[in-house]
Ligand binder design. Structure first.
Ligand SMILES: *Cc1c(COP(=O)(O)O)cnc(C)c1O
Length: 365
């Protein structure tokens, strides 16, 4: 019955074939749901989640809270919604939020922190994405009639623009200790927190214990089609639920979307290791071709194109013409992201295409 309804065989063939053919390394968000996920969706028991009557959403939220070592969790439509609901719940208009200078929440969310929560951002340059505790302590506002109030500190792990850099347990603890001392909550944008945990060989709770609230994406390397989790203490999540509704994020039979999220958390975490291996292989191949590659710690590979005197956008166009997709991160930086649809064979093909392009550039130059 579920097979007929969802036409699963066709869907999955499409899912694997399509991404493989195109060698789409733009993001791990392009991963399509697994067959197990599609089956779980078709068979999900559902209800109206605004009335909190969707048993599958309730199960996902409980499971996510346990996995992250928090009292409660909320299923949200996206990582952006999870982060913004967190800022809205922690702050009021005019508050100041400390965030890393190239953090997603500041750099890639359409100015939502200021537009929606009405907060101002105090950005600090991190060290491969990690904020230094002493910098955070210096940036925390004192009690002065002229000052805004520092109400939130945001961390990101892994750090996207720093090239999937891992923030260590010690680094997280360092910032959290300062935050605790000053009574300021810490929110973690953990869109790829499971990548950080797997890369360090620690349980995800080792990292999330040094946060008050945490957002994790189910729809990136974990392959769920939609959604993120926001977790924290019970009172915070109650208030966050109100903000999510206000933003239009109160969904009804959302169990169909929560079901693959449960699979993401229970079955898809350990395999992130494979994505990290593919990224290492890709980086090693690029280095062999004399390209400059930033250190690779997880599933993101940043390659510089200045050594070949070609902008990222131009090089990407030539790659796309040969079926390899990636994204530009700076004028001379390209980001390649590995994921479930990129196997060893795809890595070899990407390297083959890049080698040919470099050869062609040399001849014409
Ligand atoms: C992808 C990402 C987000 C946002 O997730 P969406 O689901 O795309 O809104 C937030 N933070 C980081 C670090 C991300 O990589």
């Amino acid at each position: 019955m579920w097979k007929v309804f969802w036409n699963i065989e066709l869907l999955d063939e499409h899912a694997e074939g399509d991404a493989f053919m195109k060698m789409d390394l733009r993001s791990d968000t392009v991963t399509k749901p697994t067959e197990t996920m599609l089956r779980a969706m078709a068979e999900a028991e559902v209800g109206d989640d605004v009335y909190r009557e969707d048993p599958t959403v309730n199960r996902l939220e409980q499971l996510a809270a346990e996995r992250l070592g928090k009292e409660a969790a909320l299923f949200v439509t996206s990582g952006t919604q999870g982060n913004q609901v967190a800022v809205l719940t922690h702050c009021v208009n005019g508050d100041e939020v400390i965030a890393e200078a190239e953090s997603h929440i500041f750099y890639y969310e359409g100015g939502a922190m200021s537009a929606l929560a009405g907060v101002q951002t105090r950005t600090l340059a991190g060290e491969r994405g990690a904020l230094r505790p002493e910098d955070v302590e210096k940036a925390i506002r004192g009690n002065n009639i002229h000052f805004p109030r520092t109400k939130l500190i945001c961390l990101e792990n892994t750090h996207n623009r720093a090239g999937g850099a891992v923030v260590t347990v010690e680094q997280m603890k360092g910032v959290y200790d300062v935050a605790q001392k000053h009574g300021i909550p810490v929110h973690l944008d953990g869109a790829r927190l499971f990548n950080a945990a797997v890369a360090q060989g620690v349980d995800v709770c080792e990292l999330s214990q040094y946060t008050d609230t945490v957002q994790v994406c189910l729809s990136k390397g974990l392959s769920a089609p939609v959604g993120s989790i926001l977790a924290g203490d019970r009172a915070f999540i109650e208030e966050a639920r109100w903000w999510r509704k206000k933003l239009g994020g109160g969904l009804r039979q959302a169990g169909y979307l929560a079901a693959p999220g449960i699979i993401a958390l229970t079955e898809m975490v350990e395999r992130l290791r494979e994505d990290h291996e593919r990224a290492q292989q890709l980086a090693a191949g690029f280095r062999k071709l004399s390209l400059t590659v930033e250190p690779v710690e997880t599933n993101i590979v940043l390659v510089r194109t200045d050594s070949i005197q070609e902008t990222a956008v131009d090089f990407l166009q030539r790659l796309a013409d040969r079926g390899v997709l990636a994204v530009d991160f700076d004028e001379y930086v390209i980001r390649f992201t590995t994921h479930r649809h990129i196997d060893e064979q795809s890595v070899a093909k990407v390297l083959e295409v890049v080698e040919k392009l470099l050869g062609a550039a040399k001849c014409s130059g």
